[in-house]
Design a protein. Structure first.
Length: 358
């Protein structure tokens, strides 16, 4: 369908149709939705190059991916988030521009976006505690939305994040309610804001019950399967091993489970496990019955909401704002009551290291 045909169908001028599809603020929201629905129904798509020339916009959103050996984007969360964001970009006529750079060239990539004007906005990933990219993008006057938060950034900025502190406090409380008192935290890299918040939630739950945190039970590093496996083997070899482990990624949880089973123990009976799994589209937590008890939120939905927020800011329909999502606690097979200590004087050699009989 052509612009002229769509104009005749709706009884609106071609200029109004064009302005509605290009997000001009003088077109009412009702008209914009009416035009967008008709365009989608009849397969009308404006010429992107012509649209860019008409609006002065690049019709593209930038994502900068640093090449780093220690970066949280190596996990499936980034792919699922960008898939959700991409749905919204496409629906609104925007392309996604991925720029892969070395860590030391990341700032220059943002400056080049500004100089070349080849993107209308930036989606910022993996914020740190006091992320220097936020004041940089503010200075460059490029619209941006942060996936996550930077706790020590002073100036206001747009972000969408999960309540990581509450999620890990709730998970730790659940384990404490089951009788676990030695709970290990296997966290992500703690220069990342999300990991700092998760540790804070874990510590808050312990301290509220009068349990002194044990630094020997807390770990920070790459969220990999190998990390989960190696830490678990070392933990369970100790004279006083933990009876429960709280981890920041399902990938790590898979390694934890492997470490538990290699020692002849049973996850959920001898050692309980809670993971953060992000409700990933292609990395399911079991089928009908979840394998892992988990705190979960849809990272794809977060991508959709972040993308819509950014487009609204670019088009002048919205101001920078904040969205805080809550994670659900989903029960699975990986948690159970804390194992009872061995009965004094009992000589049952078939007892597990945590005191649970086979």
């Amino acid at each position: 369908m052509t612009l002229k045909e769509l104009s005749q169908l709706l009884g609106l001028s071609p200029t109004t149709i064009s302005r509605a599809l290009n997000g001009y603020p003088e077109v009412s929201e009702a008209t914009r939705k009416k035009v967008a629905a008709a365009a989608a129904e009849h397969g009308y798509a404006p010429n992107t190059r012509a649209r860019s020339l008409a609006t002065g916009r690049a019709m593209a959103i930038g994502h900068v991916i640093p090449i780093s050996a220690k970066h949280e984007m190596v996990n499936p969360v980034f792919a699922d988030f960008t898939a959700g964001a991409g749905e919204v970009y496409s629906r609104n006529g925007y392309d996604m521009l991925l720029s892969v750079v070395s860590d030391e060239d990341e700032d220059q990539a943002y400056r080049e976006f500004r100089t070349k004007r080849n993107v209308d906005g930036i989606m910022l990933h993996a914020p740190t505690l006091q992320d220097p990219r936020i004041p940089l993008l503010t200075e460059l006057q490029i619209p941006f939305v942060v996936h996550g938060r930077s706790s020590q950034s002073v100036a206001p900025y747009a972000w969408i994040d999960v309540n990581n502190t509450h999620a890990f406090q709730r998970a730790t409380d659940f384990l404490l309610d089951l009788g676990h008192t030695r709970i290990s935290l296997v966290n992500g890299l703690e220069h990342m804001d999300f990991a700092i918040r998760r540790r804070a939630g874990y510590l808050a739950a312990l301290e509220a019950r009068g349990i002194a945190p044990d630094p020997a039970l807390m770990f920070s590093g790459e969220m990999t399967e190998a990390q989960g496996h190696d830490i678990t083997r070392a933990l369970l070899a100790r004279p006083e091993p933990p009876s429960a482990i709280l981890v920041s990624s399902m990938i790590t949880a898979i390694g934890v489970r492997r470490g538990i089973e290699e020692l002849g123990l049973t996850m959920g009976r001898d050692v309980s496990l809670i993971t953060y799994d992000d409700d990933l589209s292609y990395f399911r937590n079991g089928a009908n019955i979840p394998v892992y008890t988990s705190t979960r939120s849809s990272v794809r939905e977060a991508g959709r909401q972040a993308a819509q927020m950014l487009i609204d800011i670019i088009q002048g329909h919205d101001r920078p704002r904040e969205i805080l999502l809550e994670a659900e606690l989903t029960l699975g097979l990986s948690t159970g009551p804390a194992p009872r200590p061995p009965i004094a004087g009992r000589s049952d050699h078939a007892t597990h290291p945590h005191g649970t009989s086979q």
